[in-house]
Write a protein that binds this ligand. Sequence first.
Ligand code: LLP
Length: 444
Amino acid sequence: MIKIKDMKLFPMTADINSEGHLTIGDCDTIELVNKYGTPLYVIDEKAFKYKSNEYINSLKKRYQDFLVLYAAKAFACTSVFKIADQIGLGLDVVSGGELYFALKTNVNKKNIYFHGNNKSLEEIDLAISSDIGKIICDNFYELELVQNIAEKRNKNIDILIRLTPGIECHTHEYIKTGHLDSKFGFDLEDYDDVLNFIKTKGKNLLLKGIHAHIGSQIFELKPFADTIDILLEQFKYTKEKHKIELTEINIGGGIGISYTKEDDPITIDKWAEITTSTIKEKCKTLNLKLPKLICEPGRSLIGPSGITLYKAGSTKQVPNGRKFIAVDGGMADNPRPITYQAKYTAVLANKMNSSENMELVTIAGRYCETGDLLIKDILLPEIKAGDIIAVLNTGAYNYSMSSNYNMVPRPACVLVNEGTSEIIIERETYSDLIKSHKTPKRFM
Ligand code: LLP
């Protein structure tokens, strides 16, 4: 029986055991800490599979032809790629590195889509020589590169065109991408030139569809519907003016998630309802065949599946001010608070049933930066050095955006499921950190 009163912010298998410890995937988080150390990223396998299947099933009951891609940038990890592939998700990759991981993991190559606003010649060549599914072309420079490489390799390449639909959505300035003043994608007014380029100079380019991604951590439905409307208008235009029939609509990333009690995201089912009904209605109005629907959620698949376990250390009480509790990680393993002022929630993993001496505290990181605060002003039971703090919903854009700031090795990551835990990313060591450094002989 689940003993956590409000599961909203916890991974789906979270529970509390008889010792009052937080458990995930039937693993005691305190035992995980004893075995693997802190900080520790923990991924709940069931939660990731559940969210993935929620996308698949809510589309399946409404729409025939679709593919859900896992946006690798949220958490690029070979084990997660493997699980995604087994469930039937494709992969959205944005670099040669993510592509290399995908290829090494032996995922279905035809379901790999390659994004990016400045892909290098080498990266495009790797994609083309590996026969991946599709390249999403972002700009004219890239169209030429893809055409040249495809011609040299004597291959025809399926491409999508990324458009900037001019949609404003309410999310952090740095993570919105669909507005006009964005570095990503072609402006709508250049679309005609794109089609002319493909027709006249792109003999190896097979245009299959259009892509747009309007931003991340979105809580509204309307921007998704508006994007679809705009993209399908272009389908109509492409067919009538250029006699090219597009067959794929890629509507970008998925829905936002809850990081705090106040967050109120839309559900995957509502999102599927609005996206599929908008496509059906619009295609009917414009007299278009229903295209294959592609979406690329990252955060909503892996975000809620992950937590980070930290050990509490030093404390500082500012006279008449804040009480800081420092943990053994911070902005290098979770750069989201300092980058986007992102808010998180935490619990005391070794004292889940305690409500004694509740205090308003600030969870500070260990890095040499005043802004390295993981959570400002959170009410928690009294924390002593050695207590384990679990920050929730850290599965997305934490490990993947981590750094070695202050030369701190990155934490390990474990996958938990039905009482077993397995390392999926090893903890870095000091020798990992120094191995790429070279000191010229003359300094020796
Ligand atoms: N597709 C494209 C083209 C994208 O650029 C992104 C995210 C996604 C899909 C996945 O979106 P999602 O379902 O995760 O919202 N580092 C930021 C988020 C940056 C998102 C970048 N693009 C953060 O930590 O909030």
